[in-house]
Write a protein that binds this ligand. Sequence first.
Ligand SMILES: [Zn+2]
Ligand SMILES: [Zn+2]
Length: 292
Amino acid sequence: MKAVVYKGPYEVAVEEVDDPKIQDPTDVIVRITSTAICGSDLHMYEGRTDAEPGITFGHENMGIVEEVGSGVTTVKKGDRVVMPFNVACGFCDNCRAGKTGFCLTVNEPGTAGGAYGYVGMGPYPGGQAEMLRVPFADYNCVQLPKGEEHEQDFAMLADIFPTGYHATELAGVQVGETVAVYGAGPVGLMAAYSAQLKGASRVFVVDNVEHRLDLVKDLGAEPINFDNGDAAQQIHDAVQAYGVDRGIDAVGYQATEPSGEEQPAVVLNQLVDTVRHTGGLGIVGLYVPSDP
Ligand SMILES: [Zn+2]
Ligand SMILES: [Zn+2]
């Protein structure tokens, strides 16, 4: 089959690779119909992780089940499914506690969590390919209505929407509260939308890219451009209080100062300034163990 293969910093190629095979009875093989490029793929693409050449990217995947292992009971050939980006077993202590991002059985002993096509997240090729092997398929396939409707919307269920929603869970957003989201990329916008769904009274989203800030306005949230002065101060002035109730990091370590200079901790420090004492933080931006 054809797949996107990482060759080195700023270089990927579509190449012929081996078709995935059923390796365990609990696997299925999915023929990919949609797969997305994530901001976290760009960390690898730009050579800002330990990813080795040869890896196939793609952790936001959906498609049609092509082949089913003998131990799979709820997924059938022909089912239309989307796969959450974390590969998880469903039976370890962390999975049973609902913390599937920290599955204890899908990666090297002593580590927690697996994902498709991601450095350090286990031996699972990504789905920027014609086909994908899905382990523990009964647990890792989310069933979708058959057909072709809402294809792009459903693809957002692999990572972008649940990750944004999860940020509001981590931050503890409650009805009536004020929320600041750093980063108006897809995850930040979904975090803002999730905060609105939870009944937040005011939602601020910080960025300096105008077309992203326009989307913030479209959502009915309040754009804050950090090129116009300290974002925390702008938000304090808007709420006329020392800080908002909840803060969310949807940026990660490739964050920039207003000067344009990269500073990996700038969003974390800004959140400390932005959120009131005893408020809550949701950090879903990516921080990697090594930045070559
Ligand atoms: Zn992603
Ligand atoms: Zn598990």
